[in-house]
Design a protein around this ligand. Structure first.
Ligand SMILES: [Mn+2]
Length: 595
């Protein structure tokens, strides 16, 4: 997006508690750098370090630690035994669709009469709604299980009850009490919190009172599909290495990564094993195999990035532009022909989505450049021609380029629907709260939020939000920062260390790839490869020469980067396997001239 403009960044070296690093190094017998990486990621106790590095399915917690798990399981068993119809009520995003598919497949295999319902993004919007609950009741169901939604559905839970429809809510979103106040910061106790009046509620922050703190931390980050998995784990009452239970891990990895769930705690275990399942050629899910085929991923290793950038956008494409049932059908079908057909049309819908997105990105950039984007605190852009399904993604791209909190508003019949994204250091939810008198409604969190407003308020909203951001950030506040885990000598980056680092994988949200810094580097040789990437050979002092690559930094050649130049660099070390031999290569994120 930055079109050759290399933005300079402020380097921030992490300052972990050195005593904690030393203690972990000594007691857990870890390489000091590994101990530092763990402490930087909030892992300080020896037991937590072992849990994290072993990453074994056998260390997953017993699902009955969830409040009301036994009640939920008993109700579902009764429905199965009595031939009562169950409907899984999901969400159209990838987490929701994966969780719905997982629960649907598991219940079907347990002999349940089970159906699924995924609301339409455009006509119904997110979450439970009373009209569809009525339709589900008329269709003969006696039990509805929500996935990835429902925790704020006070009214819909009451409607279910009045319809004689039992509702089990499984969700990971924040609680909102009946008055609409955000309440998840309040520790749960049955008396202090008003939750929807459902038959049962399963939520990662609602555990039995005697559950120890470390176990609470490990499950706190479960997403919609993760909770659906816990429910199935309890229903099957099987050990975690049970083949049937394990067969759902690909769906868990898919939903968790797509929902940008933290890859720490139990998510780390579920995602690692789920990605392995997805990568295997022996028993992949029919729909996943078809998606891999149409995207050229067959036989390749599936990582967090592949899911986030290739697989999830395709599953999302139908939810964004059309109905999400296609993604559900793809994930639940056994027929390779049907799977291939759906995967192909998802792939072309994704291309359609991309071209819609590119057009909006261009229009939004043009609108930004018409004003003085870098003098504004926030960028608030609006149009009648934008598709609400993609404006969130576009807002992220505008943030990436201009580094300002950004809102894109789609205007229709005098009402604007907006999607906003923020930068580190500015709490968007707080900002919207301070503009609430100008808004018809809003929701979200620090970095991403949605809102609606009447068209005539767009101008005032732009001015107010922009002023609020400027006031909070200060004129010097808009500086991109690059955090560094630790500084190293290049000679420390051995293959043995790389194997230790690999034990921390998969990397992603909450568990970023290690980013290291080194000083006193001299450029031995440099050239441009591909479009505008820099390929370098670097040496530190009299040490050995190492290969490095700096993506999209070709414009530095001949300026900062010349043969013989002295540099400091921030990079992620990677193993480069080539012609049967493996070497460590530096993936450079930023460079500064030294001396
Ligand atoms: Mn979710």
């Amino acid at each position: 997006m930055v079109e050759g403009r290399v933005v300079s960044m402020k380097w921030l070296l992490a300052e972990p508690n050195e005593d904690a690093v030393a203690a972990l190094t000594e007691h857990a017998g870890l390489h000091p750098l590994i101990a530092r990486l763990l402490v930087n990621r909030g892992i300080t106790a020896e037991a937590d370090a072992r849990f994290f590095l072993s990453c074994e399915l056998s260390t997953l917690s017993d699902p009955t630690i969830f409040d009301q798990m036994e009640r939920s399981v008993a109700r579902i068993r009764t429905a199965i035994a009595g031939g009562e119809k169950i409907v899984i009520y999901g969400d159209y995003d990838v987490d929701g669709v994966s969780g719905t598919s997982l629960l649907y497949l598991a219940l079907k295999r347990l002999g349940a009469r089970v159906g699924s319902y995924i609301p339409d993004r455009m006509t119904e919007g997110y979450g439970l709604n009373t009209a569809s609950l009525q339709t589900i009741r008329i269709g003969g169901a006696g039990l509805v299980i929500s996935v990835d939604c429902g925790i704020t559905a006070h009214r819909e839970a009451a409607v279910s009850r009045s319809l004689g429809l039992d509702l089990i809510i499984t969700d990971h979103h924040e609680f909102v009490d009946a008055q609409g106040l955000n309440a998840s910061s309040v520790p749960y106790s049955a008396s202090s919190l008003t939750l929807p009046d459902a038959y049962a509620i399963l939520h990662p922050l609602r555990l039995s009172p005697d559950v120890p703190a470390d176990m609470r931390r490990h499950v706190a980050g479960l997403t919609g599909v993760g909770i659906a998995f816990k429910l199935v784990q309890a229903l099957l009452n099987a050990p975690v290495d049970d083949e049937h239970l394990k067969s759902y891990l690909d769906l868990v990895a898919l939903g968790t990564v797509a929902d940008v769930g933290k890859i720490t705690g139990e998510n780390h275990i579920l995602v690692r094993h789920g990605l392995e399942t997805m990568s295997s050629t022996t028993a992949p899910r029919t729909g996943i195999a078809a998606l891999k085929q149409v995207t050229g991923l067959s036989g390749k290793k599936i990582g967090v990035g592949t899911v986030g950038f290739t697989i999830a956008p395709r599953l999302n494409a139908c939810g964004r532009l059309k109905r999400a049932d296609m993604a559900f059908r793809l994930l639940t079908t056994d027929s390779p022909e049907e799977a291939f057909e759906i995967a192909s049309s998802l792939d072309s819908m994704n291309r359609e989505r991309q071209s819609v997105e590119e057009r909006i990105v261009e229009e939004a950039r043009r609108l930004c450049l018409q004003s003085s984007p870098l003098e504004a605190g926030a960028l608030v852009l609006s149009s009648e021609g934008w598709h609400p399904g993609v404006v969130g993604i576009v807002a992220s791209k505008i943030v990436e380029e201009f580094f300002r909190p950004t809102a894109l508003i789609c205007v229709k019949n005098g009402v604007g629907k907006g999607s906003a994204r923020s930068i580190p250091g500015y709490d968007l939810y707080e900002g919207l709260t301070a503009c609430s008198d100008l808004l018809l409604g809003f929701g979200g969190h620090k970095y991403a939020a949605g809102f609606s407003l009447s068209e005539e308020n767009i101008g005032s909203f732009r001015e107010r939000l922009s002023a609020l951001v400027l006031e909070k950030m200060g004129p010097q506040g808009f500086v991109r920062t690059l955090s560094i885990d630790g500084s190293v000598m290049l000679e420390d980056l051995t293959m043995t260390l790389m194997e230790e680092i690999e034990k921390m994988a998969p990397f992603g949200q909450g568990n970023p790839e290690p980013r290291l810094g080194a000083r006193g580097l001299q450029v031995v040789s440099s050239r441009i490869v591909g479009n505008s990437h820099l390929k370098l050979r670097l040496r530190q002092g009299q040490g050995k020469i190492m290969d490095a690559i700096a993506f999209n930094k070709g414009s530095l050649l001949g300026r900062q980067v010349r043969d013989g130049a002295h540099l400091a660099a921030v990079f992620t070390p990677r193993v480069n396997a080539w012609n049967g031999s493996s070497t460590v290569e530096l993936d450079i994120r930023d460079i500064k001239t030294e001396r």
